[in-house]
Ligand binder design. Structure first.
Ligand SMILES: [Fe+2]
Ligand SMILES: [Fe+2]
Length: 335
């Protein structure tokens, strides 16, 4: 999901000037450009421009952080799931997200940065993660809504990354997208059960959750195209394949019908079918809220980061034990 990360940096840092290349570097750069133009995939050992490496490292590591921070709002409900079936599904889903984090950290490491460095950037607040996970999960209906809308938006964002020019990222995304579609369906199924077989109170709970998650989900696609100065470079490099606004529109178009089947109202009085555009029009997004949450002042930013830091510190003995075991095994093998 999580291409928004690239765009947030632009606002903070601004565009960097291209450096002047030596002739041998220029030859490498030309070959790289030609490969990108031909739709080739770049592998970790291939030559790549510094900015391409940096941009990917930032995007993949922030994507990895989003996966593991994203485990927190849902993990909150594992012990309170209403049935054994829902508990097993939620456990599997949250475990998947941990796995997504692992694939992505591994893909990012091929670019030459260690896992410890990336974790350090997360814990110090230098690296971002998707702003959506800074919102609280107040009721069980939030869990279904996250699956339906948050994972739904994530799929929309992530499917084009399966064709990203950097092969290790693209390969990780293919596996991840398969699992994301299960996440979306289990969420929708959970909400459908509450809407069809539930009580009035449960239906009201679903509507309330949808009211709270709808707008933050639209923000997941990142700022509008005309405010995303890094997007053009991302497109040029084949990292980003589809623009923020196009993805957001696709998500709205796909979701309106699903909401009708579910029997919930999307909280936007301006939502209406535009015959001319053949798309759904929707109301203005409150970007000041988005920037506030990205900047660290959302409802749960501090809580999420504190949980991650505590998990890291409390897990130190596991990492030490695993390293000691690995050392012992290699000594045995050497002997
Ligand atoms: Fe995921
Ligand atoms: Fe997911």
């Amino acid at each position: 999901m999580y291409t928004q990360a690239m765009d947030t940096m632009a606002r903070e840092g601004g565009a960097k000037l291209e450096k002047v290349l030596r002739p041998e570097e220029q030859a490498l750069q030309d070959r790289f450009d030609a490969r990108i133009d031909a739709g080739d995939f770049i592998e970790a050992k291939d030559w790549m421009p510094d900015n391409y490496r940096k941009t990917l490292l930032r995007q993949i590591s922030q994507h990895a952080h989003s996966e593991i921070v994203g485990m927190l709002p849902e993990g909150n409900w594992i012990s309170r799931a209403p049935t054994l079936k829902r508990k097993a599904i939620l456990l599997a889903k949250v475990q998947d997200e941990g796995g997504h984090g692992l694939y992505l950290y591994a893909a990012a490491e091929t670019l030459g940065t260690s896992r410890d460095q990336m974790i350090d950037a997360l814990h110090s607040g230098k690296a971002k993660y998707s702003s959506i996970f800074n919102y609280p999960t107040l009721t069980w209906a939030d869990i279904g809504t996250i699956g339906w809308l948050v994972d739904g938006a994530a799929i929309m964002n992530q499917v084009p990354i399966c064709r990203c020019s950097f092969a290790p990222y693209a390969r990780a995304m293919i596996r991840i997208c398969r699992e994301e579609s299960f996440h979306q369906r289990q969420g929708y199924d959970s909400l459908l059960t509450m809407m069809r077989d539930g009580t009035d109170a449960q239906r009201a709970m679903v509507q309330d959750a949808v009211n709270r998650w709808w707008w933050p989900c639209l923000m997941m696609f990142g700022p509008p195209d005309d405010q995303s100065p890094n997007s053009a470079q991302g497109m040029r490099w084949g990292i980003k394949r589809v623009s923020n606004d196009t993805l957001r529109q696709k998500f709205v178009d796909a979701t309106v019908q699903q909401a009708q089947v579910l029997g919930v109202t999307l909280p936007d009085p301006d939502l209406k079918w535009n015959e001319e555009r053949q798309h759904w029009d929707f109301g203005a997004i409150d970007w000041s809220e988005f920037w506030r949450v990205v900047g660290g002042d959302g409802p749960c930013n501090r809580e999420r980061l504190a949980m991650r830091v505590a998990a890291w510190e409390e897990g130190a003995w596991v990492r030490e034990a695993a390293l000691a075991h690995a050392r012992k095994q290699s000594m045995k093998e050497a002997a």
